[in-house]
Design a protein around this ligand. Structure first.
Ligand code: NAD
Length: 542
């Protein structure tokens, strides 16, 4: 038990390396990438109760930009492995939740220093290989955002613990922040290594035990996360990583009486299905499960005629196409005033035509491949739909080729229909759709924007006119959980722009913040009376 009121030092955001060609950091990361690309294929186990578990069902792992190259295999499990992971988590629970909080904090602070230090090249190179991120996109995700999640969450945990109720004379009220009674199921998406690490770690940090299922296309970098947690000293069974078919895992987990919480990031459809399943099983559980989910988006750039046209061009080029538009925050629809259109059109075409596309191992490339064949086919389907449509035109891009990797040209569609399919549906690829409006219809266009899509994740207003900025901030209040003024709608930084959206985009529990962490605690109030009354009669009874 602790014998001191310990204080976590206030963290800083992890500084971002720029990886300029010729720099030592560039040489070191590219050497690691080449080493991992060329090494003997690896065999990624499941991690259950501290044991590496392998099966006869091996699934190959390949870089999306080079799908014939085998990086290794992972071991596919089944319902029995899901059950074993729950058993291991519940076995680890008593010791883990009894451990003094400063030791839990130390483990995750150490994990952050491992990510930022000795594992930096490895986690970045794994993310370049598994998810086809460029060096810079890997750095801001796998190294910096992950270290930030870990460090700031530890700090927020301490703030939560320090948040205590008032006491009147003669009594002392205390709040203790118990872990949930049961285990947490973390399900992570392919697109951010940092999210994959944060979903299990944030719940575990608060004293919970976790079964974690990463996305199949991210297992290669997920394995590095497990290596880091183990090296940081995380006890066996606290986080159990299983690579099992989602519905198989769900069948076992959602019917278990000790299921206590879902920490999910992924698509809206999957989340809604999981929520329904939990609802249908509600009588089976010991407690009401916490359900936290960050889901899809249809993120926008709204432009006022007073905006700086070149800022609009750059917001589109970076906001829509970095990481091939596969950030949940990626801009995928823009509303441009007619008076600015010629300039913006010429600017975005020029930018897109200058992008180089290929392997992230060649750092001249700004665009690499999309995650897998399923995503490739779906995105290509949207592009084909636009090619056929009467009310849309592709002004740049539109090509795709999956012979070597899943490459899709950054594509800009212009439509005369603000409800065109690609203005409304999440594509999750390098496709931006633009609607050009008459300058005087600013307000009306924002009403259309507000009603166009079920999502409300990120969005931005680009304007110089302060009245227009305020008007947009009010009119678009419920369209985005992260709203940007004169910027692209991507690139949220932990502790600076707490991230999450509402409507169909999620429960808005703001990853990497106190609001998220509090969901993994079940507070217990303890009231102690020093000198208890000894007569039941109140004065009013006379
Ligand atoms: P996805 O929904 O296909 O998969 C997410 C996870 O759910 C994966 O681990 C997958 O295996 C699992 N899964 C799928 N079906 C399941 C089932 N029936 N039972 C249990 N698990 C199941 O999403 P994805 O393609 O990996 O990621 C892209 C999506 O994630 C996009 O919609 C994007 O907007 C969203 N996303 C949102 C945020 C945010 O903060 N709002 C952040 C990142 C990604």
């Amino acid at each position: 038990m602790s014998k001191g009121v310990f204080q976590i030092p206030y963290p800083d955001n992890e500084p971002i390396n720029s990886y300029e060609p010729g720099s030592a950091e560039h040489a070191s990361l590219i050497a690691k990438y080449n080493e991992m690309y060329n090494q003997k294929p690896i065999d990624v186990p499941m991690y259950i109760g501290g044991k590496e578990v392998r099966t006869d069902n091996k699934k190959p792992m390949s870089p999306p930009h080079d799908h014939q190259h085998i990086l290794g295999h992972f071991n596919y499990g089944d319902k029995s492995h899901t059950q074993a992971a729950i058993d291991a988590a519940l076995a680890a629970k008593p010791a883990w939740e009894a451990l003094s909080w400063e030791h839990r904090a130390s483990i995750f602070l150490k994990a952050a220093d491992l990510v930022a230090g000795p594992y930096r090249d490895k986690i970045n190179a794994a993310t370049m290989l598994a998810q086809s991120k460029t060096v810079f996109q890997s750095e801001i995700d796998a190294a910096c955002e992950l270290a930030d999640f870990l460090r700031y969450n530890v700090y927020f945990m301490q703030e939560i613990y320090a948040d205590q109720p008032d006491s009147q004379p003669g009594i002392w009220n205390r709040l203790e922040y118990r872990p949930l009674e049961g285990f947490v199921f973390a399900i992570s998406p392919f697109n951010f290594t940092a999210i994959a690490g944060n979903l299990p770690a944030s719940a575990a940090m608060m004293g919970n035990v976790v079964v974690w299922k990463p996305a199949e296309s991210q297992v290669y970098s997920a394995q590095v996360l497990m290596e880091i947690f183990i090296e940081a000293g995380l006890p066996d069974g606290v986080i159990n990583m299983i690579t099992v078919d989602g519905p198989d895992a769900g069948d076992v987990i959602f019917s278990h009486k000790d299921f206590a919480g879902l920490h999910f990031t992924g698509s809206t459809g999957v989340f809604q299905h999981l929520w329904k399943t939990i609802g249908n099983n509600i009588t089976k559980y010991r407690s009401y499960p916490r359900i936290v989910g960050e889901t899809g988006g249809k993120d926008f750039i709204m432009v006022h005629k007073s905006g700086k046209p070149q800022a609009v061009v750059t917001a589109i080029s970076r906001g829509a196409f970095e990481f091939q538009g596969q950030k949940c925050s990626a801009a995928s629809r823009a509303y441009i005033p007619q008076s600015m259109w010629d300039f913006v059109k010429a600017g975005v075409i020029k930018d897109v035509e200058s992008f180089k596309m290929g392997s992230p191992g060649d750092t001249k490339n700004f665009i690499t491949a999309v995650i897998d064949e399923r995503a490739f086919d779906k995105i290509a389907g949207f592009i084909d739909y636009a090619k056929e449509a009467k009310d849309a035109e592709i002004i740049v891009g539109g090509g795709y080729d999956k012979s070597k990797g899943y490459f899709i040209e950054p594509t800009i569609i212009v439509t005369s229909n603000p409800h065109f399919k690609t203005m409304e549906e999440e594509i999750f690829g390098p496709v931006m759709t633009i609607y050009v409006y008459e300058d005087e219809k600013f307000e009306e266009t924002m009403t259309v924007l507000d009603a166009t899509s079920p999502y409300a994740l990120t969005g931005s207003i680009i304007a110089q006119d302060r009245y227009a900025i305020e008007q947009a901030t009010v009119a678009l209040r419920n369209c985005a959980g992260n709203f940007y003024i004169n910027d692209k709608p991507t690139g949220a930084v932990v502790n600076q722009q707490p991230f999450g959206g509402a409507r169909g985009s999620g429960t808005n529990d703001k990853a990497g913040s106190k609001w998220n962490l509090i969901r993994w605690a079940s507070p217990r109030n303890i009231k102690e009376t020093f000198v208890p009354p000894v007569n039941y009669r109140y004065p009013f009874l006379g």
